[in-house]
Design a protein around this ligand. Structure first.
Ligand code: VG1
Ligand code: CO
Length: 543
């Protein structure tokens, strides 16, 4: 029985960089999740009788919202829902399932690297039929709809048992509960040389993978320990927990500090350390004694991708988000392939991937991926690294230093000021924007500003334009500072400051990153008046 439930709009359902993210109690308000889900359906056309994929990162409130999505999909006329067992699907696995089964689209429940639990974060995101995050045209339509919505449709049915694989029926619609891991694991076997990686482990190569009590646990166990035969214990914190064990499932040097310390512990450290985030789309890559920045990792993976079977014909092009360092640009230049600079967020890569312009994409925020799906993919990056290590037979340290010697090194760091007052953060960015024209020629110590702008992206495929995507300040000699506000936070505002300096001289490739960037860090402070405007004298997180 379908019922139409009257509701009132909420004014705050604007999707951010990656879907709608709010605190759990916000989502628990009566009709809040239902309104957003109905707003998604109301913004789509032609899904009658088609398939919707649903899954999430297993965080607190995941199961409840999955039940709502299933009942509302039935009432809105979908023909079928495919849902991961236990309500689980990592973000890249969901993207793959959408593509493989030619679904109309998918709903992914995740707040990614943000903490989970009754008072922490939750999120809902819609992905289109190519498996990628909905483009701005659709997210804008969803927001517009959410502001005027007056009712939603739902069937009266019992909750579905999510814990048994098989075919079921809810309100006259088919529901298939699928193994969340097997399709994805098969895809990884097609892309990478599993026997070469098995040999590497056979030779005693030691790896640690920290699943951070988040969604990649079951995927990493199956792929790394079972299929690649790494010793049991290689994958840690592999049971997904609704509150991620009380931690931030954010694979960076702050939240994965234990892993980092172990990798830096000297000659007995493992050869390779990796971690992924809440929903499995981010990666942290650390070699024995060396952290590889995501921007460098993107460049190194692109330069070596041809060593893996899935990419042995070479790559068509590379795309990176604007704040990501230009290390990948140097690789594209050498390979003679296209390089594209997009705004922050994976949704901007979809058109380039669909058009075959690029094969590999990446973001400085620990996101790397390829045309195998339409999301960034944490385990994919780890497996490509393993494949490269297995083929080259060199240490990470050697691979990275050789890369810098060939292409130069882009010293890079991001400084985050989290949960600052929203008005103060907006004031800071507005002030910067207002003085852009006056900056060229200005001096900060020895640094001279060569250009400054507010990044706008013109999509070369659909010609759409996305404005105000970050303030860029360029200096003579090629250094750069970028300022932008996060679009994924749930309390106050987060100011991100991205700092980059290119160093061609191989004799200067072993400086400590923060000191190599010290003059730029000081310039960022004087240009944006960060401490006086935010009241903070240091960043919350440095990556
Ligand atoms: C952040 C990152 C961005 C990433 C996004 C989603 O966005 O900077 O690169 O695509 O998170 O990642 P923002 O707007 O907070 O800077 V995930 O793993 O949270 O889905
Ligand atoms: Co994520």
């Amino acid at each position: 029985m379908i019922s139409t439930v009257a509701t009132k709009p909420f004014s705050d359902q604007k999707p951010g960089t990656s879907g709608l993210r709010k605190k759990v109690p916000v989502f628990q308000q009566e009709n809040y999740a239902e309104n957003f889900i109905q707003s998604i359906f109301d913004s789509l056309e032609g899904f009658q009788g088609k398939t919707l994929v649903v899954g999430g990162d297993g965080r607190y409130y995941n199961r409840e919202v999955i039940q709502k999505v299933i009942k509302m999909a039935a009432a809105n006329g979908f023909g079928k829902v495919m849902v991961g067992k236990g309500g689980i699907l990592s973000t890249p696995a969901a993207s793959h399932v959408i593509r493989k089964y030619k679904a109309f689209g998918g709903i992914i429940l995740s707040a990614s690297h943000n903490p989970g639990g009754p008072t922490e974060d939750f999120g809902i995101k819609y992905n289109i039929g190519n498996g990628g995050p909905a483009p701005e045209k659709i997210t804008d339509a969803i927001f517009a709809r959410s502001k005027v919505i007056t009712s939603y449709r739902i069937v009266a049915a019992d909750d579905l048992d999510l814990d048994n694989i098989g075919a079921f029926e809810v309100g006259g619609m088919q529901v298939q509960v699928i193994d969340p891991v097997s399709d994805y694991a098969e895809l990884m076997e097609e892309l990478f040389d599993f026997s070469a990686i098995r040999n590497l482990f056979g030779l005693g190569f030691r790896m640690v993978f920290d699943a951070m009590s988040a969604v990649t646990g079951p995927y990493a166990k199956e792929i790394i320990e079972r299929r690649l035969r790494a010793p049991e214990g290689t994958v840690r914190n592999f049971t997904p927990l609704p509150d991620f064990g009380g931690h931030h499932p954010d694979p960076n040097l702050v939240h994965a500090k234990e892993l980092y310390d172990e990798m830096m512990s000297g000659k007995d450290a493992p050869d390779f350390g990796a971690a992924s985030d809440g929903d499995g789309d981010r990666n942290l890559i650390i070699g024995k004694g060396i952290f590889v920045t995501p921007s460098d990792s993107l460049a190194i993976l692109a330069a070596n991708a041809h060593l893996a079977p899935g990419y042995n014909g070479g790559i068509a092009g590379i795309a990176r988000s604007m704040p990501t360092s230009a290390a990948a640009d140097k690789v594209a230049e050498k390979l003679g392939i296209g390089i594209y600079e997009t705004p922050t967020g994976w949704k901007f890569f979809g058109n380039l991937l669909d058009a075959g312009k690029v094969t590999i994409c990446g973001e400085e925020s620990a996101g790397t991926g390829s045309n195998h799906v339409r999301e960034k993919d944490g385990l994919w990056a780890v497996l490509l690294w393993l494949n490269i290590l297995a083929v080259r037979g060199e240490s990470m340290q050697d691979i990275v230093s050789q890369h810098w010697a060939t292409y130069g090194r882009n010293y890079y760091s991001r400084h985050d000021y989290e949960a600052v007052d929203a008005d103060a953060a907006n004031g800071l960015v507005d002030t910067l924007r207002a003085k852009l024209a006056t900056l060229p020629g200005a001096k900060f110590g020895d640094l001279v500003v060569s250009a400054a702008d507010d990044f706008a992206y013109h999509d070369p495929i659909d010609q759409s334009v996305s404005k105000s995507q970050g303030i860029r300040i360029f200096f003579e000699g090629g250094s750069r500072i970028v300022f932008r506000l996060s679009g994924t936070g749930t309390s106050g505002a987060t100011l991100r400051v991205y700092i980059e300096r290119y160093e061609p001289d191989a004799n200067r490739h072993d400086l400590e990153t923060q000191s190599a960037l010290a003059d730029l860090i000081a310039a960022a402070e004087s240009i944006a008046e960060i401490s006086s405007r935010t009241g903070r004298d240091a960043p919350t997180v440095i990556t």
